[in-house]
Write a new protein. Structure first.
Length: 112
């Protein structure tokens, strides 16, 4: 049995990047912009926390700085907890679209 010569990377050649997330410089730039935006939002929150609010929400008065991070964390936590029962409710068997009884009748399932 004769084997064809392989390149430097073995039998599987490395392909050129396809999308923008396949290029390391683009990913680095994306995360840099993301971190700058996060830092700007934290700085704005710190600056605005010192400013008086004429019509504060009662929860904002009680927790001050932590209202929105706690609210976001609790909302995300709720979604994660609800996802597992929803999966059991919405999941379909692997052969759901094949239809085992329609093929026995000779019906392809398509309208004619």
């Amino acid at each position: 049995m004769s084997h064809a010569p392989h390149g430097a990377h073995g039998p599987h050649e490395i392909k050129e990047p396809v999308g923008w997330m396949d290029r390391p410089e683009a990913v680095k730039r994306f995360f840099t912009v993301f971190y700058v935006i996060c830092a700007a939002l934290v700085a704005a929150e710190l600056l605005l926390a010192a400013a008086p609010n004429e019509h504060p929400h009662p929860l904002e008065e009680a927790m001050r700085f932590l209202v929105y991070p706690v609210y976001g964390f609790a909302s995300f936590w709720f979604l994660v907890l609800v996802a597992k029962p929803m999966r059991k409710l919405l999941i379909r068997p692997e052969d759901y679209y094949e239809g085992s009884d329609s093929s026995a009748k000779g019906d392809s399932g398509h309208a004619e």
